[in-house]
Design a protein around this ligand. Sequence first.
Ligand code: HEC
Length: 440
Amino acid sequence: MSRQSHPTSSFSFVALGVVTLLGVLATSASAADAEVTYLDDLKPLLSEHCTTCHRPAGLNLGGMVAPMPFTTYAEARPWARAMARMVESGDMPPWHASAEHRGQFRNERSLTDAEVETFVEWAKSGAARGDGDDSPIILASTSHDGWSIGEPDLVIVMPEPFLVGDDVEDLYVDIEVPVPEELANSDRWIQALEFKAGSSAVHHMIAYSLAPGGSKIDPGAMMGGIAPGTDADRFPEGYARLWEKGSSILFELHYHKEPGQGSAVEDQSMMAIKFADTPVRHRVMNDNISRYDFQIPPGAASHEVSAAYTFEKDVELISLSPHMHLRGSSAKYMATYPDGRSEMLLYVPRYDFNWQTSYFYDEPKRLPAGTRVEVVMEYDNSADNPANPDPSIAVTYGEPTTDEMMNGFLNFTNAAPDDFEMEGPLTDIDWTAFSSSGAP
Ligand code: HEC
């Protein structure tokens, strides 16, 4: 048979083409059964990795709420391509520890390669809904009035609203908060702490417990706080922060907003506490390995500042929180053990001021007595740093975000149970050996 010579050959060819096309359609139709859909594939991923922040406004967890909720198909669909882009680039979910730390921190936010691929496939294939009931994703904390620590035992609110006036751009205020009865008459162990900003003008907030005659810089005074991107402090069972009877409470607030007519807001921020309901064997202390004497030259693209401390007792690290401002570009905490071995405890290769993350160990990390922890922070004061407010000036320590900070915050505890003695301030800084900023 010779179709080529038949007058209908071209028709047959077309017909063959149609058959082939149908074949392709059939294949993609069967692939469609395994097609990535919102209900089958995306919803569980969004629920697990995204809706802690991508949720309706009004349930603000530590200032982390994202501008757009992803709790239904209708909400998620328009963002399909942006989601694919953000998860592929690693910008979402926000997590800045280097990949070598995978699995070390309990609050890690990361996706597996297969999960990233699911987002990408969903966007590419047209972001289908799938079959079934699109009930909104259930948000873990809605049952606790927006607190992620669960039902608080105590909520401490600023005694009255504070007016952040029209002319305010940056304002630091210390507000004394009356001590509630639950704390007035006894020592208490605090298992979890969470903060809620009372207005969008709160840039950061820190709560201190001050022993009589004490001050904010006393070791252990800082209870906790929020800055953009921080979530709640929750300590492992048996570990807690001590509230000392007779202490007073101070809220330190940094308000920041665009000044201007009608920009004033009233703020009444608050803090929630959960007390330990199991025996506590470890007192968690908050301290920091820091420098205040540095100077970053104008235009410097990579300027390092370091500080170190050697622990005299066996300790357990609970969490690490590097803090810099707009010029911060990377952060490291490195341990050198008494036997000479060293270990990178935390490396944040692309530090982002907008995300003040505390890295909480999954299991408290033991450091034997004599371990030296060195904190190295790097700054980019060049014009290539898009966050840099002014590359032409030398930058020193200061509270406004346009100045810099170098704080290696850490939560730790003495490893010997029931040894509640304070280690004291972390002050044995070796100023000379580890300084690149010409410290005394
Ligand atoms: C810890 C809080 C948090 C988590 C978890 C989080 N996001 Fe975000 N996301 C934000 C915030 C805040 C913004 C807005 C500011 C920004 O872009 O950094 C944002 C912005 C976005 C945007 C918009 C980017 C644009 O183009 O404007 C997308 C898309 C996005 N997130 C996707 C995701 C996805 C997908 C997940 C989960 C895999 C996720 N996010 C998890 C906080 C979060």
